[in-house]
Design a protein around this ligand. Structure first.
Ligand SMILES: Nc1ncnc2c1ncn2[C@@H]1O[C@H](COP(=O)(O)OP(=O)(O)OP(=O)(O)O)[C@@H](O)[C@H]1O
Length: 319
């Protein structure tokens, strides 16, 4: 369970407007990856292309050995069952209580008996901390609870891949922290590959194994979290530090001379060293968020925890 997604040379346009081109990356099986990018760079379009809702002009998306860009609609229907998607607003039916919302995919796509459905729904509601809220309507609960309900619904068909479209949008920082912990806990509990699209730099620093950055119609970088956080690439540094100085402007792009000047000023004021220096991203590499105590950690998470422990000891002892 938990499949790799291999994207190769992907290009998407609407008419003459190229959204992004020649995007290549591999989302490793069972890992958490985050896709960042300024507004309008096509992050949501990327998610929709991965589930086959939008057709790219060029390139391939290999999932489980099949190129989904070449499948017929009837075969795509089968592939989509591999995915669970958490939409921005949870995409719940307003007139149905949470129980029925979460049961919906099971009633639509399986022939399970109601007793089985009940068991699955209550199990997923428990996983996301919603036990006792079965009778509530979406309009009666907070935005954070709606996201959790949307997540429970995304889980009921036991997906191999879970896509999160801006899970933190509209939530206060405390709810975002709880949601991040839930995402990490779920990743330790279920065997699925996670891709999160977000603007939230703090979450991107804490949660994923891998980070990608879309900018100016290109995938600027995709790789291990630590590599991106320590990167000297100006766009990556600017975005991950949430600074105005750098290539990303209000209208997305800036004049090259202005960018040069801003980066020189930043380096001059950066006590940690020049742009090429280690730690030039300013805030350094944030420790990784680990699964909650009490959640049994599979081997993958045990290795991550051991690595995190070693790097924090290094930081303390300077070795
Ligand atoms: N169905 C469509 N037809 C035409 N253009 C579209 C369509 N869907 C998206 N776009 C365009 O694609 C571009 C990227 O949109 P998208 O929503 O993917 O950006 P985003 O990076 O997710 O932005 P944000 O972070 O603000 O949510 C936008 O210019 C948008 O207008």
């Amino acid at each position: 369970m938990g499949v790799e997604i291999c994207v190769e040379g992907l290009t998407k346009s609407f008419g003459h407007q190229i959204i992004w081109q020649d995007v290549s990356l591999t989302l490793p099986a069972r890992q958490i990856s985050v896709m960042l990018g300024p507004s309008g760079t096509g992050k949501s379009v990327f998610l929709k292309t991965l589930v086959g809702l939008l057709k790219p002009e060029r390139g391939s998306i290999l999932i489980d050995g099949r190129d989904i860009t070449r499948l017929r609609e009837s075969d795509l229907y089968e592939v989509r069952k591999l995915f669970g998607v958490l939409f921005q607003d949870g995409a719940l039916f307003g007139s149905m209580n949470l129980y029925d919302n979460i049961a919906f995919p099971l009633r639509e796509h399986t022939r399970k008996r109601e007793s089985e459905i009940k068991q699955i729904v209550l199990e997923k509601m428990d996983m996301v901390g919603l036990v006792g809220a079965e009778e509530k309507l979406p309009g009666e609960i907070s935005g954070g609870m709606r996201k959790r309900a949307g997540l429970a619904r995304a889980l009921v068909l036991d997906p191999e891949i879970i896509l999160f479209d801006e899970p933190d949008s509209g939530l206060d920082p405390v709810r975002v922290a709880y949601l991040n912990q839930l995402i990490v806990d779920l990743n330790a509990q279920i065997d699925a590959t996670f891709l999160i699209v977000t603007h939230d730099i703090a979450s991107a620093r804490l949660v994923p194994d891998n980070i990608g950055l879309l900018f100016r119609r290109e995938l600027v970088m995709f790789g291990p979290r630590e590599d991106l956080l320590a990167s000297d690439e100006p766009v990556v540094r600017q975005f991950l530090n949430g600074r105005m100085q750098g290539p990303i402007g209000m209208a997305e792009e800036k004049d090259a001379a202005q960018v040069e000047q801003e980066l020189a000023e930043l380096d001059a004021g950066d006590h940690r060293g020049p742009a090429g220096g280690k730690g030039a991203t300013g805030l350094g590499v944030t420790p990784r968020l680990l699964p909650s105590p009490g959640i049994e950690r599979p081997l993958r998470w045990k290795l991550i925890a051991a690595r995190e422990g070693a790097s924090s000891r290094e930081a303390v002892t300077g070795t």
